[in-house]
Design a binder for this molecule. Sequence first.
Ligand SMILES: O=C(O)CCC(=O)C(=O)O
Length: 250
Amino acid sequence: MHESNYRLTRAEVDFFVENGYLGPYAALTQAEMTPVRVAIESRVLKTAGPNPRRPMQSRHMDTPAVYDLAAHPAIIERIACLLGPDIVVWTTNFWLKEPGDAEIPWHQDINFWPIEPPVNVSAWVAIDDVTAENACVRLIPGSHRRFLQHQRAPDEMAIHEMVDPAAYDAGEALNMELKPGEFFLFSERLLHASSANRSSKRRLGLSIRVTVPFVHIFQDSHLHPGHTAILASGRDVMGFNRYGGRPVEN
Ligand SMILES: O=C(O)CCC(=O)C(=O)O
């Protein structure tokens, strides 16, 4: 393994294997986050992105501050301790919950995703102060060890499929409360959810999806035409996927 300022200990790796998540950790300080939040508010929240159907997706392709967050060594070097030195950020997605916005029901991300084989570690980075009050992500430790059947979710929920509530115990859930610039890591099979935002405070976070070069990303067909990933560390000798560089400031 190469030299790293963010190497996970063996105990942290074991914790991830056992529990399906790790953290929180800090990528940026709250002061360092201020210009990042300004860039996100003035660009991501105000303009269309590379995916015409989903403005919150793939903003690493057009917003330098998002690219920099997605490729941040505090995130990538830790994930490299789990997935090896060749690291691909295959997509990014903002999760905006304004006051009154809907519940995201319990789900495993892999149920929804266009990658094969299903190898992924996600980082969820807080852009705002994120607490139980403004609907932080909740997760169930150890739930990644089972693949769970998904079913149609009620229409008022923010995503269209969820796991049957009989299949898990929500009493085991942890609240991932985060300061701006903090993040946690989680597996593509970890059960997670967030309640409706019943507070008067916005809750914005960024999910960074990370895999390895041997995984096929169905970029044009399932993400959007022209999609590019980030080769964030190491090299890709497989050649299955398409990468882009840091977007230019404009
Ligand atoms: O931000 C949320 O509340 C949900 C996030 C999520 O489902 C994810 O990052 O996979």
